[in-house]
Design a protein around this ligand. Sequence first.
Ligand code: NAD
Length: 441
Amino acid sequence: MRVTVTGTGYVGLVTGVCLAEVGHSVICYDVDQPKIEKLKAGISPIYEPGLEELIRKNLDQNRLSFTSRVEQAYQDQEIIIVAVGTPEKEDGSANLCYLERAAEQIGKSINRDTVVVIKSTVPIGTNEKIIKQIRGIVPPEINVEIVSNPEFLREGAGIEDTFNGERIVIGSNHDEAAKLVEELYQPFSIPVVRTDLRSAEMIKYASNTFLATKISFINEMANLCEKMGSNIEDVALGMGLDSRIGHQFLRAGIGFGGSCFPKDTKALENIANQNDFEFKILQSVIEVNSEQKQKLFVRAKELMGSVTGKKAAVLGLAFKPNTDDVREAPSIDLINSLLNEQAEVVAYDPVASEKMKSIFEERIEYASSPELAIEDAELAFIVTEWPQIKRMPLELFKDRMKTPIILDGRNCYSLEEARSARVSYISIGREKIIHFQKVKR
Ligand code: NAD
């Protein structure tokens, strides 16, 4: 099929490349010209395992092309998949300006019957508004239909998830259009959930807010464990073995970040508020998360009194491992708090430092290895559980840091390891291990 994917971000680029890989003829369109130039040269503008290889392979085989020219993108295509960003506005609602701009360009450019697929995460009722907008622009002889097809891939596993997803949601009020989109995805052999537009839009928000709820639940449980002398790791294991509960998303930590959960929880809360519905669980999920993001900093202050002038290593900047995405990452909250109290911050991340530079610029130092980041530090915060961070021997912290105080937001080490390494080790939902600190000479 001839397909255009609008927006070459984490979702659009991965989707476009994977559709080309299964044999479709795909044009990826983006308004960001430098990004398109990179892509034309076979360079991925984002870090996503395996992506660059697939881009190059499909460029070589002429199934994939990139453009920033709107006519080239939208003329003569059967399907246009829109995967532009829907970031959070100040009031928590989803900003639909990129989507509306794309709809306008589609309406002005298409020259044949086309199915427009909205993959971006959008508030309930948006697909109906967008199709109305497009139909208001296109000449009457052209038939346009809309399909809601929310995306569930995880950053860092985007390609794997596209090929082995657990479901494809196809929402439409038009049977033929839905069938065409089902056909598009048929090579992936993934179960399809067919529904109407509004239910498809809701499935995406319901899924993300449910996962966020699991995270906030286990984090809140961890906070209670700390008070009660229970160990959250054992509690989560004991809970997760119950197949009705499961292990996934029961890892206590320093809160969820990323480009989806924070904005989607707030957007759904906003949708509920706008419709006179008080979504009480969701309000708590959001509140618990924003407190949890401050947790390591609060613990550091409790321990040290003040962090002013202290050298703090921040290990991991991306909101999770295997991505360079720092949007809403807990590291940002932590670094802001440390800088506000005039701590000296040295950060390490294997791939996300460049993106973080656009936020903190030269206000923090960027180390090229975790070992260099902790050198002479008085505090080390473990924020992202990258393999190269969590496999660092605790002895290394003791040898390199001025005072080996580790605040681990991802519970990377066992308490036994920490005890025998004789470091101070504060983790989430577990006993604190405090050692008398010897200052490194
Ligand atoms: P992103 O910010 O990484 O990429 C969006 C891209 O769209 C950018 O490259 C931007 O230049 C481009 N763009 C903006 N306006 C455009 C226009 N008019 N025409 C063409 N291109 C345009 O976004 P993302 O993370 O890929 O997310 C896209 C959507 O998918 C969002 O709604 C998000 O909530 C949803 N989603 C994201 C993920 C994820 O893991 N990132 C997962 C599931 C769903």
